[in-house]
Ligand binder design. Structure first.
Ligand SMILES: NC(=O)c1ccc[n+]([C@@H]2O[C@H](COP(=O)([O-])OP(=O)(O)OC[C@H]3O[C@@H](n4cnc5c(N)ncnc54)[C@H](O)[C@@H]3O)[C@@H](O)[C@H]2O)c1
Length: 480
């Protein structure tokens, strides 16, 4: 059963959703892998006792009144029907996460009617592995209440798991989205490579969740546009240019335009490839309209909206499991830890500022795919090798009087360390994306954020702790 929570209502929250303490969250997630200790973990969880079937019941939240959406005009309003304009209704799945929170606020600020759907499992991973965001983050309930008090804009909240179709169906029928932005997946490649149970969890959570979203659209909201977050990692590092989703090939005298070959390099990345295949199939079979955003690595923490109040602050991961390259380097520099370049450091990927993530998603929603169309956009703005990032952070550190050293650590991943990389990324620019390129000033401000919160850094979490080659079969257990 889905439960709508409006931030402005008095709440009666049962069980674990009221606070996100380890003890309350621990009760909520079930078919999640059982206990684990990473070598560097400081607060491991011993057991995760419940099974996922009942998770939504435990996450039951009640609101005493439901807010009716108020008609607003602005970029989030549909003014094409000739009737009174109404805000475009966007369901943001994974709206409590790094990209999802910033996007939810951005869309709400632009007068879209926003509902967040999230099972808060990302916060649970932190408790489970003994990790924490560099920046202190408020509970989702406090975040939404603060947003309303600052802007008078409501964001609806549905706490639950998209793998639970009953929950998702109720969220769909109650909110009636025009667009669904799906961020709600287990998104760490290292997490998916810890052991068998995390690999299985990642693929179940991601593939079945997306499948449920596709069925929910077909059943309840046929015209709804799916904007799905994929990753540039789906393509791997081929020795030819990477196109945006499709490539035209002539073979034995015949020509066709085909999905660009995928060479994913972790169980997480593979889950994204499976998602893309399921989406492409349902676009053809059921006429679903979809945009697959193959996103590069995101850096940064502040957007216009999250900077409005400390309770709106976004998460910032720096650890070896969830932290991404540039964010990690800034924190390492701030605490005087050498920058950890994996292997030769020639690994090249597409990167983008979180302010561009929110812009890209809005652009995709504002110009939806046609019925039956599966669009693919490569969502990044610049390419860097790991060595280039290390050298940029070293220079930025010098300007702030921080001496930055770099070390090469054995590469925990299986990947090419020197390779050709040239990925196209023109479609979002054609739609109007105005990129925030990685400038000195941005690096200064990122480093300053890292310095501001450096007392919160647990330096034991910095080195990589998950190896692709030594993946465990059984979940690692906690010693007594
Ligand atoms: N952060 C990056 O650099 C990056 C790069 C490329 C692609 N992406 C993609 O963007 C999306 C968002 O990434 P992020 O960094 O914000 O991740 P995140 O882990 O911070 O956020 C994901 C959110 O989804 C929620 N969630 C997960 N499974 C769910 C489920 N079954 N039901 C309901 N909610 C669920 C989590 O609780 C979390 O709040 C992911 O799909 C990720 O693969 C991220």
């Amino acid at each position: 059963m889905a439960h709508l929570l409006s931030a402005s209502c008095p709440l009666n929250i049962s069980s674990c959703s009221k606070n996100n303490s380890p003890n309350s969250l621990k009760k909520c997630f079930s078919s999640l892998p059982t206990s684990l200790t990473l070598q560097t973990s400081v607060k491991p969880f011993k057991t995760l006792p419940l099974n996922r079937k009942n998770a939504h019941k435990l996450l039951s939240v009640r609101a005493t009144t439901l807010q009716q959406p108020t008609a607003k005009t602005g970029s989030g309003s549909d003014q094409t029907s000739g009737q009174e304009s109404r805000p475009t209704r966007v369901m943001v799945i994974g709206g409590d996460g790094y990209c999802g929170w910033a996007t939810s606020l951005h869309l709400s600020n632009k007068n879209y009617e926003v509902a967040i759907v999230d099972n808060l499992v990302r916060r649970h991973f932190d408790h489970q592995l003994g990790l924490d965001s560099l920046t202190p983050i408020s509970s989702i309930h406090d975040r939404i209440r603060r947003w309303r008090s600052l802007t008078e804009k409501d964001i609806s909240l549905y706490i639950g798991d998209v793998c639970d179709f009953e929950f998702l169906a109720e969220a769909f029928t109650s909110f009636k989205p025009d667009a669904v932005v799906h961020f709600g997946e287990q998104r760490s490649a290292p997490y998916s490579m810890i052991d068998r149970s995390r690999a299985v969890y990642t693929q179940q959570n991601n593939v079945l969740g997306t499948l449920n979203v596709l069925f929910a659209i077909k059943e309840f909201s046929e015209d709804c546009h799916l904007v799905k977050l994929g990753t540039m990692g789906e393509y791997g590092t081929p020795n030819i240019d990477i196109e945006e989703g499709y490539i035209t090939i002539t073979h034995n005298g015949r020509t066709d335009t085909l999905p660009y070959p995928k060479q994913a390099s972790s169980f997480y990345h593979l889950s994204k490839v499976h998602d893309s295949n399921n989406i492409a199939f349902t676009c053809k079979a059921w006429g679903i309209r979809a945009t697959d955003l193959n996103q590069g690595v995101v850096y940064g923490v502040r957007t216009d909206e999250t900077a409005m109040h400390e309770e709106l602050c976004n998460r910032f991961d720096y650890d070896g499991v969830f932290g991404t390259a540039l964010n990690r380097f800034c924190v390492q520099a701030a605490v005087g830890h050498p920058l950890t370049v994996y292997g030769k450091g020639g690994q090249t990927r597409g990167y983008l500022d979180i302010r561009d993530t929110v812009q890209c998603v809005e652009l995709a929603i504002a110009t939806p795919a046609k019925r039956g169309e599966m669009r693919v956009f490569n969502q990044f703005t610049e390419q860097f090798s790991v060595n280039q990032l290390a050298s940029l952070v070293t220079k930025a550190g010098e300007k702030l009087g921080i001496e930055v050293k770099t070390i090469s650590v054995p590469n925990p991943r299986v990947e090419a360390e020197e390779h050709y990389y040239n990925a196209k990324h023109t479609k979002l620019i054609e739609l109007g994306l105005q990129p925030h390129l990685l400038s000195d000033s941005l690096l200064d401000s990122l480093l300053n954020v890292a310095v501001q919160f450096k007392d919160r850094v647990d330096t034991k979490q910095i080195m990589p702790s998950v190896s692709w080659r030594k993946i465990g079969v059984k979940p690692k257990t906690v010693s007594a």
